[in-house]
Write a protein that binds this ligand. Structure first.
Ligand code: ARG
Length: 464
């Protein structure tokens, strides 16, 4: 048990209290950020003549040594310290002697931990964005390959109208594209530096907060000391963005699970991304998709947990906030794994195009197009709708598709039907006559795909 604040206390902390209070078992993940922040802080103390240049040099060398030793496995982050901040400081003093005791001049663990978490979340946000971008690239490639792959589109899980696989995948492209925009937006809002706001009220030392914020790559320093040490909004926003990413992955997983079922047979998941059954030899299960769908609940849990932790906290720092770490770390790991595995499954998945097209052809998905055909021949849409409803009834009775009817049978419903009806309601025409922007028609899909390509070329991360 080693802590930074023994001076005021006469008896040792109870062991159970110590363990309950300690965060080192999980905040050790922040060692890089803690050292990076400390180096910036001490460099600034030197620049402001609060510490001597020689002291600054020694402290920075000591901190860099700690980082190197941790990375090389020479120094283990043990749990005899309360948290990562105490660990680093105690190690520094051990290494370079009492000059190390000057590191914490003009700083509190409150602004220190606020900085560490911000640096950590900022970095992980960029990683997640890269994985989402990879997903967009995979989707875009599959869209281009499947401009003419016809499949049924569904509403209420009922076959509705024929679409193309490109159009269907494009819906997910839009979702993940919005996810990236959200990440960028969060980045822009959170990229301000809380270092130098002290415990809650700043400090009496002449700190240069603009300098440290520049050293650490922030847009600038935060502007309210009390908010700086107690703000976890950016974590909640990030968890919310992660929850949306998971929601999108989960919806997609659900579809893949359905498509992979024996009944649908729209796709085949690659052997490398499926699992077997211990008892049923014939089984090939979509476990990855199911796990992604399942883990979505866990990420939502992190979001709700943080919202609840923060809802009753008075200003400024309260120890409750220490609870931000485990849920955030867990959500980040979970989302990263899910994005990587899902993308792997998607990019190796085989689409059974014939089955998809066959499925689109049954189920009267071209009924709307028959009505549209009649409208083209001068019949008002509402009347056309009624006529086609009757045609569908007959087809159900006779177990036929609409296009199986003879011209005479069509004409028995309306004399407006002519030979060209068959072309007008083929799956290909149904899809390609839909040329409104955003629809599955090839021409408009190509326009959209080109726009996505341009969009992917301009990466917001390059501008940062
Ligand atoms: N482990 C603490 C946390 O994660 C660090 C800040 C401690 N500050 C304090 N006043 N006890 O929030």
């Amino acid at each position: 048990m080693a802590q930074l604040w023994g001076g005021r206390f006469t008896t040792e902390t109870d062991k159970k209290v110590y363990d309950f209070n300690a965060s080192i078992s999980f905040d050790k993940k922040l060692y890089q950020q803690d050292i990076e922040g400390s180096i910036a802080h001490v460099a600034m103390l030197g620049k402001q003549n609060i510490l001597k240049k020689e002291e600054v040099r020694q402290i920075i060398r000591g901190l860099a040594g700690i980082r190197e030793d941790i990375e090389n496995g020479v120094l283990e982050i043990t749990e005899e310290y309360e948290d990562i901040h105490s660990f680093v400081e105690a190690n520094l003093i051990e290494r370079i002697g009492s000059v190390g005791k000057k590191l914490h001049t003009g700083r509190s663990r409150n602004d220190q931990v606020a900085l560490d978490m911000r640096l950590y979340v900022r970095l992980e946000l960029l990683y997640i964005d890269v994985y989402v971008k990879k997903m967009l690239e995979t989707l875009l490639a599959q869209m281009e390959e499947n401009l003419d792959t016809i499949m049924p589109g569904f509403t209420h899980m009922q076959k509705a109208q024929p679409v193309t696989l490109a159009n269907h995948l494009g819906a997910y492209y839009e979702m993940f594209r919005r996810d990236r925009l959200r990440l960028k937006d969060i980045y822009d809002r959170m990229n301000y530096c809380p270092l130098g706001t002290g415990a809650l009220a700043g400090t009496t030392y002449p700190l240069d907060r603009i300098y440290t914020s520049e050293l650490l790559g922030f847009y600038g320093p935060t502007l309210n000391s009390m908010d700086s040490v107690s703000d976890r909004d950016y974590i909640i926003e990030f968890l919310s963005a992660l929850s949306l990413i998971m929601m999108h992955l989960s919806r997609f997983s659900e579809e893949i699970i359905t498509w992979n079922s024996n009944e649908y047979n729209f796709v085949e998941i690659d052997d490398a991304f499926s699992t077997g059954s211990s008892i049923m030899p014939q089984k090939k299960n979509p476990d990855i998709a199911e796990l992604v769908r399942g883990k979505t609940g866990r990420v939502y849990g992190s979001l709700v947990s943080m919202l609840t932790t923060m809802k009753g906290l008075p200003l400024a720092y309260n120890k409750d906030m220490q609870e931000d770490k485990e849920v955030t770390f867990d959500a980040i790991e979970t989302v990263k794994c899910c994005l990587i595995l899902f993308e792997g499954m998607l990019s190796t998945m085989k689409y059974n195009k014939d089955v998809m097209k066959q499925s689109a052809s049954g189920g009267f998905t071209n009924a709307t197009d028959v009505a549209d055909y009649l409208v083209g021949k001068g019949i008002p849409f509402r009347d056309a709708h009624t006529i086609v409803g009757k045609i569908v009834l007959l087809c159900i009775e006779r177990k036929k598709s609409i296009e199986d009817l003879t011209l005479e049978q069509f004409q028995a419903f309306s004399s407006a039907f002519e030979k060209d009806i068959y072309d007008a309601i083929s799956m290909e025409s149904c899809v390609n006559r839909r040329q409104t922007l955003g629809a599955p028609g090839r021409k408009v899909m190509e326009i959209v795909i080109n726009a996505y390509k341009e969009d992917l070329k301009q990466d917001w991360q390059d501008e940062e």
